[in-house]
Design a protein around this ligand. Structure first.
Ligand code: IVH
Length: 687
C-alpha cells in the first residue's frame, strides 16, 4: 500500500471511496448481521488509513465519512432512540509503549507532572454495550449503542434478561443511565449452538455474535430463552452523581444489584497496570467469558470530566488489547474468487484449525502480491493470526516445514469462472477478468450488489437466492429482478420459500420501483462509483434523463458532456474514466434503459452550493486565521461551491484577511477586490 504522504488527490478520492464502502460493509456485517468478516485489527487498520488520508486531504472529507460514524446505523425492526450522552468507543493500545503514551497524554493534558494518577483496570468484555435508563430506580428504557448517537430501543427484550435488575436496590437518583456489556459465557454459547444445530437453526460464530443475535430478536420471548449476562461498568446521564471516583461507582453499582466484573483493581502506577495486564492475560483462557484486553480508566471522575473526549473516544480511558492469537495449519489450496468488477481475489483453503476458540478453514490472501510476499505455496504450513474476530490473516509461511519439490504459486492468467483473459493493469495490485458482462461470476456479483442495502435494498432477496435464481436462468440481468413477481407462484413452491414469502418478495420488489437517482446510480455497480460518488453525480445531473443523456455523450472524447463530467468537484479523472468506460459498452446502456423502464426515478436535489452566494466565486485567504485552520476555511468555501486560490488577481472575488495580512491585502486594495474579516467570512459562509 502506498504511504499516505505520497498519494495523489485522485488516488485519495479513490481510496476514500473504497474505504467508505468497505467500512460501511463491515459495520453492517458486525452490527446488523452480527457476522463480522474481518478481524478487529484489520478493521482498525482500515479506519486508521481513512483518518490518515482525510487528515492529509481535508477537503475530501464528506458528510457520510466513516470518521464521523461509530459502529453501525441502527438496524431496522427496532424503534430508534437518541442517546442524550453519546455512547462512544475506546482508543486502543497494543503494547506497553502505547499505554505509556496514553499516560503521558493524560498527564500533559491535565498539566500533572508528578504525583499519583490513580486508574482502574477492568477486563474488556467481548460483548455488546447497552444503555439502561432508570427513573426513580425503575428500569424505563434500554438501548443498544447503534452508531453512538442513535441506537435501537430494545427495552422489551432487556426486560427478559434476569441479569438486568428491573428496580435498583436502595436509594437511587431521580434519573440515572447505567451502561454495561451484555455477553454470553463460553459454556452458554456452546450449549446454545448445540441446541441451534439440533433445531436446524443457524449457528453463531462466537459468543459475542450469539449475545448480539439473542438480544436483537424481534420477539422478546426468544430473548427470554437465551442465557444473557451483564457486567455494568459506566454511567451516562445522571441527575446526581452517586460517587466521585470510578471505583466508588463500581461499588455503588453492586449495591444497586448489578453484576460488576470481580477482577477490577485500582492501580496507582504504570508498572502496576503492566502487571495487571500480564495477570489478566494469563487468566484469559480460563475465564468463563471472552475478553479481548483490559480497559484502563482514570479513577477520579472530576479528572475524567476535564479530560473529555476526542473524536469517537474519551481521553480518560484506553483499551489495552491482548496480542493476537496464533496457530499453524496447512495451506491445502488457493481458491480464486471473482468479484463484481472482475477482481480475482485469492482465498486460502486451510486444514481446519482452532485459533483462540474459533475453528478456521479459510483466510483471505488479498492479492497476487501478498501471495508473492509470503511466498505461499500449496502444501505449506502457515501461521494464522486472529485478532478478535472471524476471518484471520496468514502472517507467515514456515519455510522449514515446506514439503520437498514444492513450486511457487502461479497466479491464474485467465478467469477461473468464464475463461476470459485476466490482466493486471500497470500500477495496480488487482488482477481482473476481462469478461465483463459475459462472465457469470461478475454478473452474479453485480446482481447481488443491485439488490443490496444501499442500492435497491430488496428485503427477502439475499445472496443465496440471487445465486440460485441466476444459476437457473430465472434472473439473467438486473431488469429480471422486476419480472420476479410474474413468477410468484413458482417461487412459492421452491424449497425454503412458501406462498407467503413469495408474496412478500413481490411486494418488496414493487415497493422499490420508485427510487432516488443516487441510489439508482449506485445500484449499477460501476467501479469506483460508491455511495458518496453516486450522490455527487446525482446532485450534479439532478434527473435521470439528464444523466443518461450526458453519459451517452460523454463517451465522445472532446464532447462538452465529457468536459462537464471532468469538472465536477471531487470526481477525479480516474472516476470519470470508469463512467466513460461503462457507458462506452452499448450493452450497459441498454441494461440501464431496460431497468429504468421498470422504475420511477426521482430527481436529486441540486447542491446547496449552487444556490449559495458563493457558488463559482474565487476566494483567497491570507494572514493567520484565528478560529479556523486554513484547511477548514478552504473546505468551507469549496463546500459552498467556491474556488480557493493562492494569489490575488482581478478575477478574485473575495479576499479574507486574517491577522497580519500583508502584500495580498495591499494588492486587493489596489485592485478594488472585496475584502472581509474572518468573522464576516464566517457569517457569509453561514457557520
Ligand atoms: S468503558 C466511553 N469498560 O468496549 C466508552 N467498555 O471499544 C466507555 N467494553 O463500547 C466504555 N468492556 O462496549 C468500558 N470494562 C469495560 C468494557 C467496555 C467492554 C466495550 C464497550 C465499548 C467498547 C469500546
Amino acid at each position: 500500500m502506498k504511504p499516505v504522504n505520497v498519494l495523489t488527490s485522485d488516488e485519495a478520492i479513490d481510496e476514500l471511496e473504497f474505504l467508505a464502502a468497505e467500512l460501511a460493509r463491515h459495520d453492517h456485517a458486525y452490527h446488523q448481521n452480527d457476522a463480522p468478516e474481518i478481524t478487529d485489527a484489520e478493521y482498525d487498520a482500515l479506519r486508521r488509513r481513512n483518518t490518515a488520508i482525510e487528515a492529509r486531504f481535508p477537503t475530501l472529507v464528506r458528510d457520510g465519512s466513516p470518521s464521523k460514524r461509530i459502529g453501525g446505523k441502527p438496524a431496522t425492526g427496532f424503534a430508534k432512540l437518541t442517546h442524550r450522552v453519546p455512547m462512544l468507543s475506546l482508543d486502543n493500545a497494543f503494547d506497553a509503549a502505547d499505554f505509556s503514551e496514553f499516560c503521558d497524554r493524560v498527564r500533559r493534558f491535565l498539566g500533572l507532572k508528578d504525583g499519583v494518577l490513580a486508574m482502574v483496570g477492568e477486563p474488556k468484555i467481548d460483548g455488546l454495550s447497552i444503555s439502561l435508563t432508570y427513573r426513580d430506580g425503575v428500569l424505563q428504557q434500554a438501548a443498544t449503542r447503534g452508531d453512538g448517537s442513535e441506537g435501537e430501543d430494545v427495552t422489551a427484550n432487556v426486560r427478559m434478561i434476569s441479569a438486568v435488575p428491573p428496580k435498583l436496590a436502595g436509594r437511587a437518583p431521580a434519573l440515572i443511565e447505567i451502561r454495561g456489556e451484555i455477553f454470553m459465557t463460553k459454556a452458554d454459547f456452546l450449549a446454545l449452538n448445540i441446541a441451534q444445530a439440533a433445531a436446524g437453526q443457524k449457528l453463531f460464530a462466537n459468543p459475542r455474535n450469539a449475545a448480539a443475535g439473542s438480544l436483537r430478536q424481534l420477539d422478546p420471548e426468544i430473548t427470554k430463552t437465551r442465557p444473557l449476562s451483564l457486567f455494568a461498568y459506566a454511567m451516562g446521564e445522571a441527575t446526581t452523581r452517586p460517587a466521585d471516583t470510578h471505583s466508588g461507582w463500581l461499588v455503588q453499582l453492586k449495591d444497586w444489584g448489578f453484576e460488576v466484573n470481580p477482577l477490577w483493581e485500582k492501580l496507582e502506577s504504570r508498572a502496576a497496570a503492566a502487571q495487571f495486564q500480564t495477570k489478566i492475560g494469563a487468566q484469559r483462557a480460563n475465564l468463563p467469558y471472552d475478553i479481548d484486553g483490559v480497559v484502563y480508566k482514570i479513577d477520579d471522575l472530576a479528572l475524567q470530566a476535564r479530560l473529555g473526549f476526542v473524536g469517537r473516544a474519551p481521553r480518560w480511558a484506553i483499551a489495552w488489547k491482548f496480542p493476537a492469537e496464533q496457530a499453524s495449519t496447512v495451506l491445502e489450496d488457493i481458491l480464486i474468487q471473482v468479484g463484481r468488477t472482475g477482481a480475482l481475489t485469492p482465498v486460502a483453503a486451510l486444514t481446519p484449525v482452532n485459533v483462540g476458540g474459533v475453528l478456521v478453514s479459510r483466510a483471505s490472501l488479498h492479492n497476487q502480491d501478498e501471495i508473492a510476499r509470503l511466498d505461499a505455496r500449496i502444501g505449506d504450513t502457515v501461521v494464522l493470526q486472529r485478532a478478535g474476530d472471524v476471518i484471520p490473516q496468514i502472517v507467515e509461511v514456515l519455510k522449514d516445514k515446506r514439503p520437498a519439490g514444492s513450486t511457487p504459486y502461479v497466479f491464474p492468467q485467465t478467469c477461473p469462472v468464464c475463461g476470459s483473459l485476466a490482466i493486471r493493469p500497470q500500477d495496480e495490485v488487482v488482477v481482473r477478468c476481462t469478461g465483463g458482462l459475459t462472465c457469470p461470476a461478475q454478473t452474479e456479483e453485480r446482481l447481488i450488489h443491485f439488490v443490496s442495502r444501499l442500492a435497491f435494498d430488496i428485503e427477502g432477496l439475499g445472496d443465496k437466492s440471487i445465486r440460485e435464481f441466476h444459476a437457473e436462468g430465472l434472473v439473467k440481468g438486473p431488469a429480471d429482478i422486476f419480472r420476479l413477481p410474474e413468477h410468484e407462484a413458482a417461487i412459492g413452491k421452491r424449497e425454503g420459500w412458501g406462498e407467503l414469502s413469495a408474496r412478500n418478495l413481490s411486494a418488496a420488489i414493487r415497493a422499490r420501483q420508485t427510487i432516488g437517482l443516487a441510489r439508482f446510480i449506485y445500484s449499477l455497480g460501476i467501479r469506483r462509483i460508491g455511495e458518496a460518488n453516486a450522490k455527487l453525480l446525482a446532485r450534479h445531473y439532478t434527473s435521470f434523463a439528464n444523466w443518461r443523456a450526458q453519459m451517452a455523450d460523454a463517451v465522445q472524447i472532446g464532447s462538452e458532456a465529457r468536459s462537464d463530467l471532468g469538472s465536477i468537484l471531487r470526481i477525479g479523472a480516474a472516476i470519470a474514466e470508469e463512467l466513460v468506460e461503462f457507458f462506452a459498452e452499448p450493452r450497459n446502456l441498454a441494461t440501464v434503459d431496460e431497468v429504468a423502464g421498470f422504475l420511477t426515478i426521482e430527481d436529486a436535489a441540486a447542491p446547496s452550493g449552487d444556490a449559495s452566494a458563493l457558488a463559482g466565486k474565487i476566494i483567497v485567504f491570507t494572514g493567520s486565521l484565528e478560529t479556523l485552520t486554513r484547511q477548514e476555511a478552504k473546505a468551507m468555501a469549496e463546500n459552498l461551491g467556491a474556488r480557493v486560490t493562492d494569489s490575488v488577481s482581478k478575477k478574485t472575488d473575495i479576499v479574507v484577511l486574517g491577522a497580519d495580512a500583508g502584500s495580498k491585502a495591499r494588492r486587493a486594495a489596489e485592485l478594488g477586490v472585496r475584502t472581509m474579516t474572518e468573522a464576516e467570512w464566517r457569517d457569509l459562509a453561514g457557520s
